[in-house]
Ligand binder design. Sequence first.
Ligand code: AMP
Length: 270
Amino acid sequence: MGQFASVGKQIGFVPTMGFLHEGHISLVRESVKENEITAASIFVNPTQFAAHEDLSNYPRNEKRDLELLESVGCDVVFIPQPNEIYPPGFQTYVLAEEITKILEGEFRPSHFKGVTTVVTILLNLSRCSNSYFGRKDAQQAAVLTRMVKDLYIPCTVHVCPIVRDSDGLAMSSRNVYLSEDERGEALTLYKSLKLAEELVMKGEKETQRIRAAMTGLYEKLRDYELQYIAFTEAETFTQIDEIEGGIPFYILIACRIGKTRLIDNFLLTV
Ligand code: AMP
């Protein structure tokens, strides 16, 4: 990796949990285009995982990650140990309120507290002017955009499009957990979003009717738990019952397929 000569140079920063795929790399490419120095971090942040979640078996491949990052021009990679980020005596957390209580926050109650805290630490350490996040985690991006604004953190949050496999499945480090059959069933998330988009484009405005049509596609799956299909205003994450012209909105899904929890979304405007 290149020399980290931050003095007077504009830094772009891409935080990740590693096991990188083209989704992460698209963020790095964007940063390389827009900044003099690009830094990425690989840190599987323990405070954003609940006790029953997959912290201990989260997939890792540091060697491959470093090769990938270098190949797209990332200058610096920060791979801290948990006790460097959370040294003995650590006791300060960042908490966003309303926006973290719904959807992901409902199913993963302490998750966003871990995310906002670690991202604040990483933004402070990297001294970046620009930071890059994926719309794959749309609520996370909205929470962090809000946090940076509320706390006057001197860094612009860039939210980049979702990168998908050729058949539509949103790329995720967690896709590696899926068996071949489950990988096929996981496509239902994308298919149901496409169905919703079609209905919206045909003029359907009632989110309850769209949700019902989407839910129907899941009924033939074998082992799944559809945790939510939600419609929210894009910026505030306020839930909507009726789609209004000219206002960007998300259709968001969280669904467990087998043992793997997946999320996906479409950002639409009619
Ligand atoms: P993670 O390693 O899962 O914490 O993700 C690190 C960053 O990559 C987050 O900002 C994610 O939203 C983003 N990301 C993950 N998957 C994708 C994807 N398929 N397309 C675009 N960005 C993604």
